[in-house]
Design a protein around this ligand. Structure first.
Ligand SMILES: Nc1ncnc2c1ncn2[C@@H]1O[C@H](COP(=O)(O)OP(=O)(O)OP(=O)(O)O)[C@@H](O)[C@H]1O
Length: 228
């Protein structure tokens, strides 16, 4: 579904921060992206959610080679990708409901359709009682669940999460990770960058490991029950 071949990335005239990166994400797969601070995880995710282009190499999204894409095709591809950030990036003047509804509004969905869909999703992430709260009054875990709901409201083909559990406690990390896993089971191809190797072991999904811009692959293990 998505493949990177010999991808290199540098910012401006600097040294390469990603070197000869090769991987593919099959439809419906779940991967973790791990590595020490500065290894290039966010840079790789920026290439995946298409705010940046690689300096070299081949990148294929949904069967289309990025280099040979016609003008105007990029926004269409971007709409198929949901993104969750560590710092939530919610709009402060809007309620949880309005934040999640925004992508549907932009698409021109009907009011009743938006209401049903947003309510259902906010219930699914466990926020039925917080729909009309503004971000400033939500806890970190609640904000992150709003951000996840907003990222998936359009049923993206790919979900990219950059340290989504970085600002919540370990219990909430586990709950959020359960959400990502449940979503993936419904078919959303998912990649989650994290520093939390405990979560990686708990889920047991395959790992893409970056070290100084070089990517290695590790197969998934048996999920480890943290309570066992
Ligand atoms: N906009 C930028 N301009 C120049 N260099 C950058 C830019 N963004 C990141 N870098 C550099 O690229 C390298 C990789 O950074 P990146 O943020 O991708 O790492 P990371 O693995 O996500 O780190 P962390 O876990 O601390 O978020 C670092 O050396 C960083 O200084």
């Amino acid at each position: 579904m998505i493949s990177f071949e010999n991808v290199g990335m540098r910012y401006g005239m600097g040294n390469e921060v990603l070197t000869d990166v090769n991987f593919s994400l099959d439809r419906g797969s779940f991967h973790f992206l791990v590595g020490p601070s500065g290894a290039g995880k966010t840079t790789l995710l920026k290439l995946l959610y298409l705010t940046h282009r690689p300096s070299r190499g081949l990148v294929n999204f949904f069967g289309k080679d990025l280099v040979s894409l016609e003008r105007g095709a990029l926004p269409r591809i971007r709409r198929r990708i949901g993104v969750v950030f560590q710092d939530y990036r919610l709009l402060d003047h809007m309620t949880a409901f309005e934040n999640v509804a925004l992508p549907l509004r932009i698409q021109g969905a009907k009011r009743a359709q938006i209401a049903d869909h947003v309510e259902e999703l906010l219930c699914w992430v466990g926020l039925e009682g917080r729909m009309h709260a503004r971000p400033a009054t939500l806890s970190g875990g609640e904000k992150q669940r709003v951000a996840i709901a907003r990222a998936i409201i359009n049923k993206p083909d790919l979900l990219v999460a950059d340290e989504p559990t970085g600002n919540v406690d370990s219990e909430m990390s586990r709950r959020l990770m359960h959400l990502f896993v449940a979503l993936n089971k419904e078919g959303t191809t998912t990649i989650v960058a994290t520093h939390d190797e405990g979560l990686v072991r708990a889920v047991g999904a395959p790992v893409l490991r970056l070290d100084k811009g070089t990517l290695t692959h590790e197969p998934g293990g048996k999920p480890v029950d943290p309570g066992a």
